[in-house]
Design a protein. Structure first.
Length: 275
């Protein structure tokens, strides 16, 4: 399985084994916390789209969860393809370079040799001093008592996915706050944008309105059960039950931060939800 075509055949064979075992990529992703898109890239043979640091770990985990009986055979083929090609050189191609170096050495005069010695001695002394300092501090009891944090491969993948999520959240915050309100029934809305701009209006059935803010919008909503919110591509449904009113709701780029629901009855109760 050395060439690319045979390598793709290997992944088709693995996919067939997985499907025969009635195991889905979604199940593997949920069990291992490996992103589903990475598993799809792997099974399609698009290794260049995988994180180079984790590709072998993802492949081994895929084999174990897909029910492959002889995973070591496939791991060896995977390593063979991913190993960088080494440039081969012959003895005869190196020989002229060796001869040229020997000729240059013969042309060095004694004065030049002494000059090199004067330069080499301080450098050698500095290297020995640096080695002594490293050896001294490595044997220090203070450093020896410091516990070493052990990182498992699965934890590394988890931290990588968390960093990706934080990166996406940061991009959303930089773009501000974009809100789309869709109403399936008649409802009224009042809001304060960025603690300064106030507005109120009534939405007719099957209509929508867009609101753009820098950081925060605070709402009061009548008939919120008929409303669907979209906050920076995040969907929020079932804001309240029919007949209830949202007396206060705070939205940021991260979603609903605070929500207070009022049940308008003779002996009404108030429900607070924090998101």
């Amino acid at each position: 399985m050395g060439d690319k075509e045979t390598f793709n055949q290997m992944f088709e064979e693995l996919k067939k084994i997985r499907e025969e075992n009635k195991i889905t990529l979604e199940q593997i992703s949920q069990e291992t916390r490996i992103r589903l898109i990475y598993l799809k890239y792997l099974e399609e043979g698009n290794l260049e789209k995988l994180p180079r640091v984790y590709d072998r770990f993802i492949f081994k985990t895929y084999l174990s969860k897909a029910g492959v009986k002889d995973p070591q055979k496939y791991i060896e083929e995977f390593d063979k393809l991913r190993q960088p090609e080494r440039k081969s050189t012959t003895y005869f191609s190196k020989r002229p370079k060796i001869d040229a170096v020997l000729q240059e050495k013969e042309l060095i005069s004694k004065a030049q040799l002494l000059k090199l010695i004067y330069i080499a001695v301080p450098v050698l002394f500095f290297i020995l001093l640096l080695y002594f300092l490293i050896d001294h501090y490595s044997n220090s009891p203070q450093l020896a008592d410091v516990p070493v944090k052990e990182l498992t491969a699965q934890k590394i993948v988890s931290e990588f996915n968390e960093a990706e999520s934080k990166k996406q959240s940061a991009l959303v915050r930089e773009s501000g706050l974009n809100i789309l309100i869709k109403a399936s029934e008649k409802c009224w809305i009042s809001y304060v944008k960025d603690h300064k701009d106030t507005s109120d209006f009534t939405l007719s059935p099957n209509t929508s309105v867009k609101i753009k803010a820098d950081s925060v919008v605070e709402f009061t909503i009548g008939n919120p059960a008929a409303i669907v919110l979209q906050v920076n591509n995040k969907i929020f449904e079932n804001l309240a039950k029919p007949g209830q009113v949202i007396s206060y709701m705070k939205l940021t780029a991260d979603g609903i931060q605070k929500k207070r629901i009022v049940i308008p009855k003779k002996q009404g109760t108030t429900k607070n939800d924090s998101v």
